[in-house]
Design a protein around this ligand. Structure first.
Ligand code: SF4
Ligand code: SF4
Length: 71
């Protein structure tokens, strides 16, 4: 099952990935992190297709897409 990881140290909370995901699986956290960014979070792999649109959209290269969950 595909899934993504989001590097919170790179994410600036711009929200482009939330628009890009056709399944609406990426959302911005409501409360800011220690740097003041409302970083993106992945809301679960159940519907992720691994299409990588979220990662392609991210200007900060914060998202990695994996085709299969690590054993
Ligand atoms: S890989 Fe595709 S389906 Fe999965 S979170 Fe990213 S945009 Fe959404
Ligand atoms: S597109 Fe990248 S920088 Fe912008 S909110 Fe998503 S993960 Fe963060």
């Amino acid at each position: 099952m595909p899934y993504i990881t989001i590097d919170e140290d790179r994410c600036k909370g711009c929200g482009l990935c939330t628009i890009a995901c056709p399944k609406k699986l990426v959302n911005l956290r409501e409360t800011p992190n220690s740097l003041g960014y409302t970083v993106a979070v992945f809301s679960g792999p159940e519907q992720c297709t691994g299409c990588a649109l979220c990662a392609e959209m991210c200007p900060d290269v914060a998202i990695s897409v994996f085709k299969e969950k690590k054993p």
